[in-house]
Ligand binder design. Structure first.
Ligand code: PLP
Length: 412
């Protein structure tokens, strides 16, 4: 028998201020909700909490769709559920890519055995709706899969006109709003979204591990009719029709039946994550959806003014930047990773590194969810200034804090 002699102590994380591109600090109420008592899967309290959560998330998505649920898992569980349920092998999917998460959508669509077509724009830019329409006309896809906010570049793709374009061409429209939802405008119904998914660990101010999903009636009908066709094909034993990956766990039809009035057994809803998601959406309802978006806009504006006042150069097309994250170029001579580590060890502040073409070139600084607050913004700027000076970059003393504080005072 082996005995574990070196039993670790109870979990006791250090104090951190998470100012990267996500995850971020959860709202205190979300952490409290997660420690609430558990109940059974079909306890009336649980089913009522699920129904409340659906109503709260319709408010977050700005949608009246019946199909408004949580997919258990991190954001990419929601992405996979949406894509696997909306495309079939051989169907064409168009993915406009403006950062790392566009590549993820393309990869997931490829795993769904779709015929994937991509268009790309330079990192730091977004697509004009006309460029997307041109590609739709050329590719004639079943589905357009488009990221709204890509944290890898900090860009926010305008979606307002895309739904109408998709409708005109008979294309389903899916968006990954993980990084942007709750901190930037999102109008699922008014913008003609057929499906959208998110995660909690960005502007929603919760931990990762639950993926809100909303789906239009039209898209649900597509999911349902395909399930009917597949069931028919399976009965006849057609080997081709079943020769592809079909997830049970991420089957949107089954997830909807579980959340819907029939409450058909599927997985066991992740109870503590449901409590967390419910609380994230409740915070937004209490404060007001538009007020929360405005709080993110103000924090983002203050951080932008602050980093500029420190003499840093902002990456990308600032007019299309997400409110909740900014990428700054690492000044020449400053060791990016060493400076980031100094922020963490000396100040307990985490900021983000970057991927792909931006690796080693920019830091990404987030202001989202609970941390879209003045004190979090100015504390980060003060620490950043100190670290920049330590590594020989002559950031003006107090400049960042003053510019951010001025932004807040100007808005008061
Ligand atoms: C952060 C982010 C994700 C994260 O996915 P996880 O599975 O929760 O790690 C997905 N999409 C976008 C656009 C993101 O910014």
């Amino acid at each position: 028998m082996t005995v574990l002699t070196d039993v670790p102590g109870p979990i006791d994380p250090p104090h951190r201020l998470l100012m990267g591109p996500g995850p971020v600090d959860a709202y205190p109420g979300v952490l409290r909700a997660m420690s609430a008592r558990l109940v059974g899967q079909y306890d009336p309290f649980m089913t009522e909490a699920m129904t409340q959560t659906q109503a709260l998330f319709r408010n977050v998505w700005s949608s009246t769709a019946d199909a408004c649920v949580l997919v258990d898992g991190t954001s990419r569980a929601g992405i996979e559920a949406a894509v696997l349920s909306l495309v079939r092998p051989g169907e064409r999917v168009l993915v406009p890519i403006f950062g790392r998460f566009g590549h993820l959508l393309a990869e997931i669509a490829e795993r769904a055995m779709a015929e994937v077509h991509t268009i790309e724009t330079a990192w730091g830019q977004v697509f004009a709706p006309s460029a997307i329409e041109e590609a739709i006309t050329r590719v004639r896809p079943t589905l357009l899969a488009l990221v709204q906010g890509d944290t890898s570049t900090t860009m926010l793709q305008p979606l307002e006109e895309i739904g109408e374009i998709c409708r005109r061409h008979g294309v389903l429209f899916y968006s990954d709003a993980t990084a942007s939802l709750g901190g930037n405008p999102f109008e699922a119904d008014a913008w003609g979204l057929d499906a959208a998914t998110a995660g909690l660990q960005k502007c929603l101010g919760g931990p990762s591990g639950s993926s809100p999903l909303v789906m239009s009636d039209r898209a649900v009908e597509v999911v349902r009719s395909r399930a009917r066709i597949e069931a028919g094909i399976r009965e006849e034993g057609d080997p081709v029709a079943v020769d592809f990956i079909r997830s049970n766990y991420l089957d949107v039809g089954m997830i909807l039946d579980y959340w819907g009035p029939r409450r058909l057994n599927h997985h066991t809803e992740a109870t503590s994550m449901l409590y967390a998601a419910r609380e994230c959406a409740r915070v937004i309802a209490l404060e007001g959806r538009d007020a929360v978006i405005a709080r993110h806009a103000l924090a983002g504006e203050a951080m932008l003014a602050g980093v500029r006042a420190l003499g840093l150069t902002v990456f990308g097309d600032v007019a299309h930047k997400m409110s909740n994250v900014v990428a700054v170029e690492i000044p020449d001579g400053v060791p990016g990773d060493v400076a980031r580590a100094a922020l963490l060890t000396d100040f307990g502040i985490e900021i983000g590194t970057s991927f792909g073409p931006l690796h080693g070139r920019v830091w990404r600084i987030g202001t989202m969810g609970y941390n879209a607050r003045q004190d979090a913004v100015v504390t980060t700027l003060a620490a950043l200034e100190q670290v920049l000076r330590r590594f020989g970059f002559a950031a003006p003393a107090g400049g960042g804090v003053e510019a951010a504080t001025d932004t807040y005072r100007g808005a008061a």
